[in-house]
Design a protein around this ligand. Structure first.
Ligand SMILES: [Zn+2]
Length: 979
């Protein structure tokens, strides 16, 4: 997506023309919305009950009020500053921290500081957001170090990869090279104080003339990423400003602090603090390259938490990801102790180790740690740009929050500079262990067997290489004994030449081992802690998902095995798939039609683009042979006679825009026993007219993930329907409605209209909680039920599962059949109760309900389970018989015919693929429905038990949603008859 496609219209430049900002003294070239409360409202503050002592701290200062600025407490009163460098308190329209500065104001101030201190500061752009805003890094170093900054980077690269440097060379680098700090602020856009603090830190280091600053700059280079999420920040600032009044509002829960969709995510509402291993967003990918060029030893990620809280920093709490580097664990103590001592001087409250575990490796600080740095997280109480009355009654101001973030940052870079030599030595020692043959795990390799889904394989390899991981292609095949498969087996495997090999032994060894592991497991202590918390308090201590294995989420063929002794060639990029039209050999012969293979994900994008351009597209329900090759089920056919004279041109355009090949066929006759191209195995598709439910109460993440898939990845037009005004939407415009988690109540409130729309031919797609809502019989939209509602009938569901699994495989005893003997015993009988099940079959009624409620306490926080795929229905084209799926939450869906279960979770002993699944959860989830498709009149209802597009990583199940949206209106619903 080119960044310019989203360039923001700066509407507030217009809106501000008549604003009080001008009267309040804003420079004419600096027209912006006024800060909340553009004049001193101390009277109002008193009348709102604030103690007089707190007035000066709580009041708002207008631009140009020099006396008030002078009276403000300094951030760092002990430090002396070079007066030639402009102080942010006077650079901005109000003093720093007395309001929330916009992204462009922060960048403007940073550039003004850099212009005044060019020997210490450089501002270097490194990327753009979806909405076109600039990402910059601010490099601050002593004049001597800044002059030789490229040499410092080159030295640091040698420490990060010590292969080829002898001990003397390393000693020389350690002796002459400053340590590197990367300080990243406010990746969650509505946790605003970090970005304002970045300006305080930059000014302090750029202008400071006393020993505290010169000591830092002598031994450290500080790189500031001032605003990690400009799009999110600007979104929330608009809400802050629109919600502000003239009277100080000290209520932390006031709506002026934001509303849907808040500022946490980026443009597509992705949480970028979970995106670091994946790089689904342009901000993450730009940052990968920027950080990788530095090889920092310290990486700080600055956040905010609840307004009644205090301040959290590291050491983190357990569990840590397996292979978590010892380097980080050791130095967390020093950084934490020094930061604590600094906070103690101010009497500030803080804590460490109470929450925010480091199990999931895709957080900013975890990713920094796996790159080799000491990754540190801050969480400062959130005051949302104003003042807040804390639970203890005191008034806390935003400027104090900014000061704490800045003070923490400077404490950390001081620790880094003071310990420069020891940290660099430990850093390089860790890297030497990473490339040592005898380090634990280093004799193994992750092996990707290409061919399953080339686009996904290319994207995964690209993500690894761009993060700095070394990837190779095996030049010969080999036999791997004890190969660990994604399904959990250990077996001997023949691996062909061309396999992709990611050795554990490399400078980023911990990242390879942690990220690519199939089934990382909590240790016994962590399991006991978590179990105790669940049993005693009914809640989990886990901070995020327990599983992430990309081989599973991308549904690829991969193995972990011993490092092969075959020749390897480095891979820097996997080739793109060929795209375009493959014409008939005889160019003068007539074309019957053009065919696009249905296996690759890009086929869905092709269909979307082709339908949008007006092409008539048919989809096959069986594999077939034509044009000299095989085509998978779900392949797409554009017949010449059904389309207009520009059909060839339109096919070529859609093939190019979606990256697929379209093969011309001169005949409708099958080349083998498969279907001919002119018959009933082809279904006419219908152009999807998609509505995506948006706005509160829809979950922002779930909404954003779908929006990103449909808009940025597939490229299908998609209308965002307002959940707050759903009753006013003219649903006749749409034939697909996607309702993410959180939107269930909107369906409930509008059940009759939704029913009419579905029965008239609509395709309704829901997930998570919205699917659970549809299970309510009163809505009359689905025969699927929540498990908790059918506890007395579980036997019937078990029998249905057994029949479903045996369907088409029953042995036929011909003699018995013709002579009327009884059927074989197993058929239709209830399967044995699993040993795993903790729910005895004889529990009924209230007892069963009570047990189910208790068992649901142990529901997964985010695991990868084995789905069994029904390969008959159209919705599963492009899938294989088994598919790893994401599961979270308490809901469990139970299905019987007439609902078709397209994906069912596997039996208890096979269902867990990766992540923590307690026996109670396994018993509830095993054999339940994960994806159902059900006809309702002329339309259909499609229920996903959990999100198929979680965070943009579940490329395997994402395919099911893409199929549902693009193929659903034609393949699963009745088309209106032409007249
Ligand atoms: Zn945060």
């Amino acid at each position: 997506m080119p960044p310019t496609a989203f360039r923001v219209v700066p509407f507030f430049l217009v809106a501000a023309c008549s604003s009080p900002a001008r009267e309040a003294g804003t420079r004419p070239d600096d027209v912006r919305l006024p800060p909340p409360l553009a004049r001193d409202r101390s009277d109002a503050v008193v009348s709102s009950g604030v103690q007089p002592a707190a007035q000066s701290a709580a009041r708002v200062i207008a631009f140009g009020d020099e006396r008030a600025v002078e009276e403000l407490p300094r951030f760092f009163p002990e430090t002396t500053y070079d007066a030639r460098v402009p102080n942010p308190d006077r650079l901005l329209r109000q003093p720093l921290g007395t309001f929330t500065a916009h992204h462009h104001e922060i960048l403007g101030a940073l550039r003004a500081i850099a212009a005044a201190a060019p020997d210490r500061v450089r501002v270097v752009p490194f990327g753009h957001t979806h909405e076109g805003r600039e990402l910059v890094q601010v490099i601050i170093a002593s004049p001597e170090n800044l002059r030789r900054i490229d040499a410092i980077r080159a030295d640091m690269a040698k420490l990060a990869d010590p292969r080829g440097s002898d001990a003397a060379a390393i000693d020389a680098i350690v002796a002459r090279t400053p340590a590197i700090a990367w300080l990243g602020y406010s990746i969650h856009g509505d946790e605003t104080s970090g970005t304002d603090a970045s300006l305080a830190v930059a000014y302090h280091l750029a202008a400071g003339t006393s020993e505290d600053v010169t000591a830092i700059l002598r031994d450290a280079v500080v790189v500031i990423d001032p605003c990690q999420n400009p799009d999110g920040r600007e979104r929330i600032l608009g809400l802050f400003e629109q919600g502000s009044g003239y009277v100080a509002d000290l209520d932390a829960s006031s709506m002026r602090r934001g509303r849907w969709p808040y500022g946490r995510g980026n443009h597509y509402l992705f949480d970028m603090n979970r995106d670091w291993m994946w790089g689904t967003q342009p901000e993450t990918r730009a940052r990968w390259a920027a950080i990788h060029a530095w090889h920092p030893q310290l990486l700080v990620d600055v956040h905010e938490m609840g307004s009644g809280d205090t301040f959290l920093f590291y050491p983190a709490t357990d569990p840590l990801t397996p292979h978590f580097p010892e380097f980080t664990r050791k130095w967390w103590r020093s950084f934490g102790d020094d930061q604590a001592a600094t906070f103690d001087q101010h009497g500030w409250s803080y804590y460490t180790r109470e929450w925010a575990d480091s199990w999931y490796p895709g957080y900013t600080d975890s990713w920094g740690t796996f790159q080799g740095a000491v990754g540190i997280l801050y969480e400062q109480a959130r005051y949302a740009g104003g003042a807040v009355r804390r639970p203890s009654g005191e008034i806390a101001t935003y400027r104090e929050a900014v000061k704490r973030q800045a003070t923490g940052s400077l404490a950390n870079v001081t620790t880094l500079a003071r310990n420069r030599s020891a940290i660099l030595r430990d850093y390089v020692a860790a890297k030497q262990r990473n490339v040592a043959a005898d380090a634990p795990g280093n004799d193994r390799a992750f092996v990707l067997l290409p061919g399953r889904q080339p686009d996904r394989e290319r994207d995964l390899v690209d993500a690894l290489v761009t993060q700095g991981v070394e990837v190779f292609r095996a030049q010969a095949g080999w036999k791997a004994s004890e190969a660990e498969t994604t399904g959990g087996a250990r077996e001997e495997r023949e691996i062909p030449a061309g396999a992709i090999v990611v050795p554990a032994r490399q400078p980023l060894s911990p990242l390879v081992l942690a990220f690519l592991a199939f089934d990382p497991r909590y240790d016994e202590a962590a399991l006991k802690r978590e179990r105790k918390e669940l049993e005693r308090k009914g809640r989990s201590k886990a901070y995020d998902v327990s599983a992430w294995s990309p081989a599973h989420t991308y549904d690829l063929d991969a193995l972990w095995c011993a490092m092969p002794a075959v020749e390897l060639a480095p891979v820097t990029a996997m080739p793109a798939q060929p795209a375009g039209v493959v014409a008939l050999t005889d160019a003068s012969a007539p074309v019957y039609g053009w065919i696009v293979d249905g296996e690759a994900d890009a086929a869905v994008a092709f269909a979307a683009h082709a339908l949008e351009s007006g092409l008539v597209v048919q989809m096959s329900d069986e594999p077939f042979r034509a044009a000299g090759r095989s085509f998978a089920r779900g392949s797409l056919l554009m017949r010449r006679v059904e389309n207009g004279p520009d059909v060839a041109q339109k096919v070529a355009q859609a093939a190019a825009s979606s990256g697929v090949q379209a093969f011309a066929s001169g005949t409708a006759r099958s080349a083998d026993e498969g279907p001919d191209l002119g018959g009933q195995h082809f279904t006419l598709l219908e152009r999807p007219r998609v509505a995506l439910l948006s706005n509160s109460p829809v979950d922002t993440d779930a909404f954003g993930h779908v929006w990103h898939l449909l808009d940025a990845r597939i490229g299908v037009p998609c209308s965002l329907i307002d959940a707050q005004g759903f009753g006013y939407a003219d649903m006749r415009r749409y034939n697909v409605l996607v309702v993410p988690d959180g939107g269930g109540d909107v369906l409930r409130e509008n059940a009759e209209d939704v029913r009419t729309w579905v029965r008239g031919g609509g395709t309704l797609i829901t997930f998570g909680g919205a699917s659970e809502t549809l299970c309510d019989p009163e809505l009359k939209l689905s025969s699927v039920r929540q498990r908790s509602a059918v506890l007395d009938d579980l036997g019937a569901y078990r029998r249905a599962v057994k029949r479903e699994r045996e369907a088409g495989t029953t042995a036929i005893d011909e003699v018995a059949l013709w002579e009327g003997r009884p059927p074989p015993k197993s058929s239709g009988a209830e399967p044995d109760e699993s040993k795993e099940s903790k729910e005895p079959k004889d529990l009924k009624g209230d007892e069963a309900k009570e047990h189910d409620r208790f068992a649901s306490t142990f529901s997964p926080q985010g695991v990868i389970l084995r789905g069994e795929v029904n390969l008959d229905p159209w919705i599963t084209v492009g899938c294989r018989a088994e598919l790893p799926v994401f599961q979270e939450g308490r809901g469990v869906l139970m299905s019987l015919p007439p609902a078709r279960t397209a994906v069912r979770l596997a039996a208890p002993e096979r269902v867990r693929l990766s992540g923590l699944l307690w026996p109670e959860a396994r018993a509830r989830l095993a054999d339940s429905a994960w994806l159902t498709v059900e006809r309702q009149g002329s339309g259909q209802v499609i229920l996903f038990a959990s999100s198929p597009v979680f965070r943009g990583w579940f490329r395997g199940t994402e395919r099911l949603l893409a199929n549902a949206v693009v193929y659903g209106p034609g393949a699963g619903a009745d088309l209106p008859r032409p007249r």
